[in-house]
Design a protein. Structure first.
Length: 224
C-alpha cells in the first residue's frame, strides 16, 4: 500500500466522523462520504486541507463512483476504504417488523457495502490497499429474530470472502465488530457503553499495520 488516503462512508457523524479525525491526526488524508452535506463540510473544515467533503448516497453506485473519482483526482489515489455507513430498525423482529424498514436496512447495510466495494475495488487493487468494514457483535452471535443482526452476519461473511480475494493481489481486509456504541445510531444516549473514538482507534490501528500484517477481525466490547 502506497497511498495514505482513507475513503470513509457514513463519515458525517459517530464512528465515521471520529475515524476521520483520528486518521487525519495519524497522518492520513481523508475523503468524507455521506448524505449530510452540511455536516461533511463542517468536518472537512475542522480537519483542514487533508480532508475533502463528498456528499452522496451509499445506495447509488453512480454517486459512489463520482466520489471515488474525485478522491483519486484530489489525492492521486487511496490506500484504504472504510465501509462504515449503516442503519438500524425502529421496530425489531419479524412479527412486528416493518418490511419497508427492512428494505432500507438491506439497501444500506448490505447493498451499500457492496456498491462501495464495486466503486472502489479498482483503486484499492491498484494500491494493494486495505478494506475495513463496520460489522457488529450482532453479526457474530444469534439474537432472537434480529433482522439487523442478520445484515451484519452478511458483512462478516463478506469480510472473510474479501480477505481471501484481496490476498491474491496483496490487499488486506479487516472487519470491526463493536458491541454497543454511544452514537446517534441510538435515540437515547448510552454513556456507559463504547465511544466512537474506541472504534476509530481500532480502525486506525488496523490500517497502520505494516504491509506484512493483516488484522482480519477485531471484536470490541464495553466493560460496563
Amino acid at each position: 500500500m502506497t497511498d495514505k488516503v482513507l475513503f470513509i462512508t457514513g463519515a458525517s457523524s459517530g464512528i465515521g466522523a471520529q475515524t476521520a479525525r483520528q486518521a487525519a491526526e495519524a497522518g492520513w488524508k481523508v475523503a468524507l462520504f455521506a448524505r449530510s452535506e452540511d455536516k461533511l463540510n463542517d468536518l472537512a473544515a475542522e480537519i483542514g486541507e487533508n480532508a475533502i467533503a463528498l456528499p452522496g448516497d451509499v445506495t447509488e453506485l453512480g454517486s459512489l463512483q463520482d466520489a471515488v473519482s474525485k478522491t483519486v483526482e484530489t489525492f492521486g489515489g487511496f490506500g484504504a476504504v472504510f465501509a462504515n455507513a449503516g442503519t438500524g430498525l425502529d421496530t425489531p423482529g419479524i412479527e412486528k417488523g416493518d418490511p419497508e424498514e427492512w428494505s432500507k436496512l438491506v439497501d444500506i447495510n448490505i447493498k451499500g457495502v457492496l456498491l462501495t466495494l464495486k466503486a472502489s475495488y479498482a483503486a484499492l487493487k491498484k494500491s494493494k490497499g486495505h478494506l475495513v468494514l463496520t460489522g457488529s457483535v450482532a453479526g457474530r452471535v444469534h439474537i432472537s429474530g434480529s433482522v439487523y443482526g442478520a445484515s451484519k452476519w452478511f458483512v462478516h461473511g463478506l469480510a472473510g470472502n474479501m480477505s481471501t480475494d484481496m490476498r491474491e493481489w496483496g490487499g488486506r481486509c479487516t472487519v470491526i465488530a463493536p458491541g454497543m456504541v454511544d452514537t446517534p445510531f441510538f435515540d437515547e444516549a448510552k454513556p456507559d457503553k463504547l465511544k466512537p473514538e474506541d472504534i476509530a482507534n481500532a480502525v486506525v490501528y488496523a490500517i497502520d499495520q505494516p504491509e506484512r500484517a493483516n488484522i482480519q477481525e477485531m471484536v470490541i466490547m464495553p466493560t460496563g
